[in-house]
Design a protein around this ligand. Structure first.
Ligand SMILES: Cc1cc2nc3c(=O)[nH]c(=O)nc-3n(C[C@H](O)[C@H](O)[C@H](O)COP(=O)(O)O)c2cc1C
Length: 270
């Protein structure tokens, strides 16, 4: 074949699923650690599919039932837009709590004898939940500016670094046409810890991880829209600059996506 094959085509071809390769509870070609792992110990491992910063100070997020507004799903879905024009108004802790919970919060359980998987607001390949959310806060009433991590298990924020980082980080989040981003009140960084999925799904799992990130992001965007907030998904991140900022290695765990949040500067009544 006289043409150059792109990496994406090679990857797609090589991660296609074929019926002769499917094993009882895992589908991948090469031997992995799971060949020697019982289903029971696999379930035990995957029931803990979250990251914790055990020594970081924790900020309790407000209870959810107290601040659920009635929101029309169909209106929310049809009115979502990528909004890049934010007012100076701060977000509230309630807003962050609602958005994070409806993005990746625990909403159900799947029992396996002694073990259970905690199911989340968004679907995930094999219920393995390889993603994490790091909110960069620069305008939330009652919350110090800085970098946080969303602890899914306890629905709390873990405080990782105090400071006003947004302005210096903007070029790493979106390198051009980025003045608008300086007005955002929160940027949610979504990272993947690949092994949490790939221990079961191998190379094909990489597809699942990206699909998971799309599901999660849409939930975050719709939750923001439902609260009348403005949000924009951003893929233009300089991966390793953001990874360095998050103090993750970019190999085991790496940033995939970002979402900016604020109040819209555009008056809906105009
Ligand atoms: C995967 C993905 C990546 C995107 N990355 C960026 C980005 O880096 N910067 C940006 O300003 N908008 C980004 N967007 C927003 C798109 O430009 C936007 O969704 C599109 O123009 C459609 O407009 P709408 O979202 O308002 O319907 C991204 C959207 C998606 C789905």
């Amino acid at each position: 074949m006289g043409r150059n094959t792109s990496l994406s085509e090679l990857y797609h071809e090589n991660s296609k699923l074929h019926s002769h390769e499917i094993r009882s509870w895992l589908y991948q070609r090469s031997l992995t650690c799971l060949e020697h792992t019982s289903l029971k110990s696999f379930m035990k491992r995957s029931a803990k599919s979250y990251k914790l910063y055990a020594s970081a100070p924790q900020i309790q997020l407000p209870d959810l039932p107290a601040q659920k507004k009635h929101t029309d799903l169909w209106h929310t879905m049809s009115s979502r837009r990528s909004v890049r024009d934010y007012s100076s108004e701060n977000l509230q802790l309630n807003d962050i709590s609602t958005i994070l919970f409806h993005g990746y919060g625990e909403t159900g359980k799947l029992n396996f004898g002694k073990y259970f998987l905690a199911l989340r607001a968004t679907p995930s390949t094999g219920a393995l939940y390889p993603l994490d959310i790091y909110p960069l806060v620069c305008g939330v009433t009652g919350l110090e500016s800085g970098l946080y991590h969303y602890n899914v298990r306890d629905h709390v924020l873990e405080f990782l670094q105090q400071g006003n980082f947004l302005e210096q980080l903007v070029p790493a989040i979106q390198s051009t046409n980025n003045e608008w981003l300086k007005q955002a009140k929160v940027v949610l960084f979504i990272t993947a810890t690949f092994f949490r999925n790939q221990m079961k799904y191998g190379d094909r799992g990489y597809r699942g991880i990206l699909l998971d990130a799309g599901h999660l992001s849409q939930n975050l965007l719709l939750a923001a829209t439902g609260l009348n907030l403005a949000a924009c998904p951003i893929m233009g991140c300089m991966d390793d600059q953001i990874n360095d900022f998050l103090e993750i290695d970019g190999v085991e765990e790496s940033v995939l996506y970002a979402i900016s949040l604020g109040h819209s500067a555009i008056d809906p009544k105009r």
